[in-house]
Design a protein around this ligand. Structure first.
Ligand SMILES: [Fe+2]
Ligand SMILES: [Fe+2]
Length: 276
């Protein structure tokens, strides 16, 4: 069964003329006439890029939210307004208030709409914090146990304006596709950590082989120790494809490109991956 994944939103735009980048991420999964949207970007580029790429988002049956940050959920409003009602899969904590504090600047970074507003314009939410099947062979991780010692999360994220309570983004989840070559992980920001997420996906699916990862690896705010440990773990998994974008960060992306020559690709807008 062939499957195609396209990057619709990312911080960087690729060579498709007229597509735009924004701080955010979204992927479109197409398989046998079925379309699933994983995240929606920040809201500025989803519909525009889909149009430039000749993609009809009215055909999307399900939207999966990786977590409740504006740069992944901001496209819900334009999507629902323009493309009709959608089933939206998310963690029950997705609408929590959340903030970032970087270089002394506080910013509200949660979902920029209320649940009632989104329901009013056609969202039908399905909440779960558990591993579940979204379509045959495509799974949503649910909450990911934080087990590795080196994936400590982003110290700049908080549940409150005062910066007293750290937000470990418990609602962060990833999609897992079981391919003929092993697991393919679709990451939003991957606040849970790439290695925690891979371990959880292996445990839940019973598949050990890791074919690839695509998306945001959230290493832009990590120290060298986490980048190093992540590289070593990916080597141990014998990963074949690393398509990193969004919050992976320049240093980590450069390191991954150097460590996995031939296997690394930047996940810019328009990047397309096809597999069986
Ligand atoms: Fe993000
Ligand atoms: Fe995030």
């Amino acid at each position: 069964m062939s499957c195609r994944i396209r990057v619709l939103c990312d911080n960087s735009a690729g060579p498709i003329s007229g597509t735009l980048g924004e701080h955010g991420f979204a992927l479109l999964i197409e398989r046998d006439g079925e379309s699933i949207l994983f995240d929606t970007g920040g809201g500025q580029t989803l519909l525009h890029n889909a149009q430039r790429m000749n993609l009809d988002l009215r055909r999307v049956e399900q939207v999966v939210l990786s977590h409740g940050h504006y740069d992944h959920a901001g496209g819900l409003w334009p999507l629902l307004q323009s493309c009709g009602p959608k089933r939206v899969l998310a963690h029950p904590g997705v609408f929590a208030r959340r903030y970032s504090l970087r270089e002394g600047v506080h910013k509200s970074i949660g979902v920029p709409y209320s649940e009632d507003f989104l329901v009013g314009i056609g969202a039908s939410f399905s909440y779960s914090d558990s591993f579940r099947e979204v379509a045959p062979g495509i799974f949503l991780t649910g909450e990911v146990p934080r087990l590795t010692g080196f994936e400590e999360g982003d110290a700049g994220l908080f549940c409150d304006m005062t910066g007293c309570h750290r937000d470990r983004v418990p609602d962060d989840q990833s999609l897992v596709i079981v391919t003929s070559k092993g697991l393919l992980l679709l990451l939003g920001c991957c606040h849970a950590g790439v290695v925690n997420t891979v371990e959880h996906a292996r445990l839940k699916t019973g598949v050990d082989e890791l074919y690839g990862v695509i998306g945001g690896c959230h290493l832009a705010f990590s120290g060298q120790e986490q980048i190093e440990a992540t590289v070593q773990a990916l080597r141990r998994y014998k990963v074949k494809k690393i398509c990193a974008g969004h919050c992976t960060g320049f240093d980590a992306a450069a390191r991954l490109a150097r460590e996995f020559p031939g296997g690394f690709r930047p996940a810019y807008v328009g990047y397309t991956m096809e597999f069986e």
